[in-house]
Design a protein around this ligand. Structure first.
Ligand SMILES: Nc1ncnc2c1ncn2[C@@H]1O[C@H](COP(=O)(O)OP(=O)(O)OP(=O)(O)O)[C@@H](O)[C@H]1O
Ligand SMILES: [Mg+2]
Length: 320
């Protein structure tokens, strides 16, 4: 396994309370694999990603679990070692490309700096690599774009530049947190296609966080469904999407009229996400689940294999 998160729990301190944002989250990503992480807003997708990157907000505490990258527990690394991991072995792409770019530096210079850092090449070689990397993310006229500042580019172009930056090392894992959410619908598909193409040609694995099950269906070999800070279902994409087991996953998919339409966002499910300051003793989804019984309200379900034929397909549900 390239990345192995096991039983990760994260809390945030507030003035009076603690928000228990993640509860025993486990997920793994193999080399070269594209794994989708889906779930409604607040389900803990970003907190999971930021835990791996070591970029959680200051009021966060990891209260349990481990994160192994290539066998090393990254939670035991020094801040310096973690920083070295970011960018070099683990690349990142976030929703808003501007946050990853230096607004005062020309695109070519920014990219060249990263190539110099990771490849130890001369200034001139680094600049040539930078221009070449812009061509690889399908930017036309890369020499011209290399001389521009970020503000001179469109959102889609900026995100291409961010992808070029993230892939420069090149990393073994790319963490992409809603990389296309802020972009024009017509640009979204192109950017996702680009990420898949680069990942395949370089053997980079991707943790792809998205609201969009259509994106998962198109790009991801496996999917992890999160709800209120827990993994409620996981498995091969074709198994989970074709035969979802957890009522939450079913609701997500049921709320999606046409899976073939990649532009459909996840729809709201009736009821509210529980208050994460006081996690319930039973199933986290029980308060919104039509099938919930007494056991669901009192005992916490754990991930279990769904069927012998679909070994990797697991769900945490008492009534399935
Ligand atoms: N710094 C913080 N302080 C307190 N709570 C936080 C903090 N950061 C995140 N949280 C809480 O952790 C929970 C999980 O948030 P997270 O950002 O991971 O959700 P998400 O699945 O990425 O949602 P979205 O789809 O909206 O991006 C939420 O309840 C959120 O309010
Ligand atoms: Mg998020």
């Amino acid at each position: 396994m390239l990345l192995e998160i096991s039983d990760l729990s994260v809390e945030f301190r507030l003035l009076q309370d603690k928000v228990k944002a993640l509860h025993q989250v486990s997920l793994s990503i193999d080399r070269g694999e594209i794994v989708g992480v889906v779930g409604e807003s607040g389900s803990g997708k970003s907190v999971t990603a930021l835990s791996v990157l070591g970029l959680l907000d200051k009021n966060a505490t990891i209260t349990g679990g481990a994160i192994r990258f290539k066998g090393t527990d990254v939670l035991r690394l020094s801040p310096r070692e973690r920083q070295a991991l970011r960018g070099k072995e683990i690349g990142m792409v976030f929703q808003e490309p501007m946050t990853a770019l230096n607004p005062t530096m020309r695109i070519g210079a920014q990219l060249a700096e990263v190539f110099r850092l990771h490849r130890g090449v001369s200034r001139k070689e680094a600049y040539a690599l930078a221009v070449n990397s812009l061509a690889e993310v399908h930017i036309r006229d890369p020499e011209l774009v290399a001389r521009k500042y970020p503000f001179e580019l469109s959102g889609g172009m900026r995100q291409r530049v961010v992808i070029a930056l993230a892939m420069a090392a090149p990393p073994e894992l790319l963490i992409a947190d809603e990389p296309t959410t802020a972009l024009d619908v017509t640009i979204q598909a192109e950017i996702l296609k680009l990420m898949k193409e680069l990942a395949e040609s370089r053997g980079t694995a991707i943790m792809l966080i998205t609201h969009d099950l259509g994106v998962v269906a198109q790009l991801c070999q496996r999917v992890v469904v999160m709800y209120a800070g827990e993994v409620v279902e996981t498995g091969k994409t074709r198994h989970v999407l074709a035969a979802p087991v957890h009522p939450y996953t079913r609701a997500l998919i049921g709320a999606l009229p046409d899976l073939a339409d990649p532009d459909q966002p996840l729809q709201a499910i009736a009821g509210e996400v529980p208050d994460l300051r006081h996690r319930p003793a039973g199933c986290i989804f029980a308060s919104r689940c039509a099938a919930a019984n007494e056991q669901c309200r009192s005992q916490h379900p754990v991930l279990e294999m769904v069927s012998a034929e679909r070994e990797t397909h697991q769900a945490a549900c008492w009534v399935r």
